[in-house]
Design a binder for this molecule. Structure first.
Ligand code: ADP
Ligand code: MG
Length: 260
């Protein structure tokens, strides 16, 4: 029997809430802990790919061909300087929504791909799925492939507005394509703990939607702006920063959660 593997979708249809930053940073932190990690870029903007030092424009093949043409993912997966494996995206992925829309089993494309990978003996302890800012085919495919979903949330007044909609989608996925999907909770990002406002918003959201809060909140710091240009996550570019420490702690808490 192969060792257990945990697949987490990092999803929120709102852009700019640190989905991609969280995938890169949690992935790097899990790799530091000795886990084999695969990150999957499901956003046609390819920000995850770019921020891990790979120029999407240099790629001929990407997750797009894997999902729409059944290309073997091992032909596309690349190793990054952060010690994680990456299934990269390119702008071509923008066509995937349309290409998949008329296909039978489209919700299952990612799940099947990961099952094929495991069947070939390619093992990852963690697979993190970086979802695009929409609730379209790719996000639904990610939720269908996942054991859990983590919802990065910027603690501002209007940030809860999309959460209900996302949870409705999770509910549908549970009903129709993935009964096992669990909501692992919200991850407070871009957090300014000095303001009582941020804390109040966080409490309101977790109570309103009955969601766990994954600790600790990720502080808002300028260091995050510098990492993508360096092609490494904040765990390498700013090793001892508060942001890196917070993501390391989140990763350790996720490992505990997975073992439960
Ligand atoms: P998403 O994937 O949800 O669209 P990103 O991860 O791309 O969000 O983050 C959006 C922007 O916020 C990026 O410019 C990123 O560098 C910045 N950012 C992310 N986390 C933090 C943080 N903790 N502090 C400051 N800036 C951050
Ligand atoms: Mg993103």
């Amino acid at each position: 029997m192969s060792p257990p593997s945990t697949t987490l979708a990092i999803a929120n249809q709102k852009g700019g809430v640190a989905k991609t930053t969280s995938v890169a940073s949690i992935g790097a932190a899990l790799a530091e802990l000795g886990h084999a990690v695969l990150l999957v870029d499901l956003d046609p903007q390819a920000c995850l790919t770019f921020s891990l030092g790979i120029d999407p424009e240099d790629l001929e093949l990407s997750v797009h061909q894997v999902l729409t043409k059944g290309l073997d993912p091992t032909e596309v997966i690349v190793e990054t300087d952060d010690g994680v494996s990456l299934l990269p995206a390119t702008i071509e992925l923008a066509r995937a929504e349309a290409d998949l829309l008329t296909r039978t089993g489209r919700e299952h494309v990612l799940r099947s791909m990961l099952e094929d990978l495991a069947a070939k003996g390619v093992h990852f302890d963690w697979i993190l799925l970086d979802c695009p800012p929409s609730l379209g085919v790719l996000t639904v495919a990610a939720l269908t492939a996942a054991d859990g979903v983590l919802i990065p949330l910027q603690c501002e007044t209007l940030s809860h507005r999309g959460v209900g909609q996302l949870l409705d989608t999770v509910h549908d996925v549970r009903r129709f394509t993935n009964r096992e999907l669990e909501v692992w909770g919200v991850l407070p990002t871009l957090y300014d703990g000095r303001t009582t406002h941020a804390r109040t918003v966080l409490e309101t959201i977790s109570e309103t939607y009955d969601l766990e809060v994954v600790e600790p909140p990720i502080p808002k710091t300028i260091k995050f702006a510098e990492a993508p240009a360096a092609g490494r996550s904040i765990l390498s570019t700013s090793r001892s920063s508060k942001g890196a420490a917070a993501y390391r702690q989140v990763a350790a808490n996720l490992v505990t959660r997975a073992a439960r």
